[in-house]
Design a protein around this ligand. Sequence first.
Ligand code: GLU
Length: 282
Amino acid sequence: MSFVTRFAPSPTGLLHRGHAYSALTAWTSAREAGGRFLLRIEDTDFTRCRAEYETALLEDLAWLGLDWEGPVRRQSDHRAAYDAALERLRDQGVLYRCFRTRKELMALAGVAPHADDPADAQAFAGGPLDPAEETERLGAGQPFAWRLSLAAARERLGGFGALTWVEETADPGIRTARPEALGDMVLGRKDIGAGYVIASVVDDALHGVTHVVRGEDLIPATGVQRVLQALLDLPTPIYRHHPLLLGPDGKRYAKRDGSVTIMALREAGVTPDELRAELGFA
Ligand code: GLU
């Protein structure tokens, strides 16, 4: 059986040990399977991505000893493909316009507007507006996002019970998608258009990715992506969601913690071999 996997970082900051762990896990699994390893730059969100982070991550991964098949796919060069997928969903009637601001959504959900978890806002998207109000807002030129209507998707697919995927982890088995965990997600944003959730699904299919190796923080997103695969007639890869690497304080690494970036380790004189060994890839 062929084996194709990828590492798909977003250049919104410098890579840290957690990314190194994830990239090494994917790269090693491709090696072990005699398969292919691809690199994809997930930079659809131009409000957060920066060219210098892309340059740095390519350098960091090469320093770590990883190699990948070219050409590297940069998602910002392929927006039309993701917008086309969004349009297809819209034509299926499974999207609705959301004019609400983040603040309005937070108020709707009864949570503080500073709450860090966007899932709160998504879960309480409030559903489609009544047609009269929607027409009025459209007429006034108000910007809107496109949200996935889980109710409409459920109806179109005859329920979500058959939406499963194979998880190959320490606890292997069949998982059933639970897209409700993230509510009616925004698939097309007011500013950037189609975003990560769609782009990732489209590209995995385009590249024939057979195994998605990534952190377990993306399991909730997998539920929604599984729904999108069904709606867009795309294949479902096997998933290997690995546990997140924890720092000495027991917390997961985050991009904002500059002290543990790969760049900082390189500058401090750590060698690639040392970092690989520390991460368990001796
Ligand atoms: N771009 C995502 C991230 O950096 C990864 C998505 C994926 O591997 O599917 O978290």
